[in-house]
Design a protein around this ligand. Sequence first.
Ligand SMILES: Nc1nc2c(c(=O)[nH]1)N[C@H]1C(S)=C(S)[C@@H](COP(=O)(O)O)O[C@H]1N2
Ligand SMILES: [Mo]
Length: 355
Amino acid sequence: MDKEHSSASLHELVTVSGRPYNAETPLPALLKEKTPTELVFVRNHFEVPELEVSEWALRVTGAVREPQSIPHLDLRTLPSKTLRLTLECAGNGRRSMDPVPAGTPWGYGAVSIVEFTGTPVLNVLELAGISDKAVEAVFYGADQGEVAPGRTESYVRSLPLEVALDPDTILAWEMNGKPLTPNHGFPLRLVVPGWYGMASVKWLEQIVVSEDKFGGFFQDEHYVYSEEDGTPEGEPVRHIRVRSLILDAIQVEEGKLRIVGIAWTGEGTVSTVEVSWDGGTEWHRAELDRSSSHFGLQRWRFLWAAEGGAEYEFVSRATDSLGNVQPITDRWNRGGYGNNGLHALQVTTSGFDGG
Ligand SMILES: Nc1nc2c(c(=O)[nH]1)N[C@H]1C(S)=C(S)[C@@H](COP(=O)(O)O)O[C@H]1N2
Ligand SMILES: [Mo]
């Protein structure tokens, strides 16, 4: 069996760093329709800010007619929606790149399937009335810290206005049906479906509407592709790249195994998933579970007539409706972002207990 499976407990996060706290989802937890909140990966650049909801208000300022300061209670009276989506850190899988780039050394568990509830950003921008010349909305988190000796930065990122105004770009106060926990951005966070996690600013305090393009540490120093084959230098990290994981191999009857996994993509939908057990020479189509598709997430399975008494290395490869396909070898870049190379699972066919 896969080492990751036997060593990772289903019941706790896998700590990657203590301070600030960063931790991965144990992969078997992704078999569930929703990742339980206590198993949702945590990616913090700084210490978690302690915010008092009674003193907190969301400010909306900048190129607006009527600046706002919206208390939490008032925010929650705005029309809300619930979205289930794949939240993935751009650094997911960094540890398998060679050489391993600087940054948090994530395995494959910096990804979770989460339900967020909140109001579309466009509702609060409408309240404020944005300028005709606005081009971006800038989102300010309450956390800050040293990014280099003597240099303190807050977590701030912008979105092009058309993305901020997308009805699925929401200000979330609930995760999996409960108020956000401190680690996940209490009392309010931005959620940008289809983009890597860095866009979804936690501990949100202020939105500044801007007539200029915003530049900042987490905008154009961090989270840009650099030195990657086939990618323009300095291209911002945005949409999640198509990817798949193999989660389990279950014995369904004598000599037959069901290999199961998930695949997802940031734009469009997953169109095919294939598996290989000969190192990627021959590929075999997996079956897609159509009922599970939402924001690009796709569950899949593959029934395999195993030849007993041997060990196999399975890999899976997903293709999306835009024609993007997972590369067979990891595409290296300096920040270690967007690594959607193949994930492997060791499968032993003798004495397999279906665990
Ligand atoms: N304010 C703030 N927002 C943040 C971050 C942060 O450090 N500070 N990390 C970002 C990154 S890189 C990711 S991947 C996601 C992770 O969200 P989670 O910790 O809820 O899984 O939050 C994003 N939002
Ligand atoms: Mo991230």
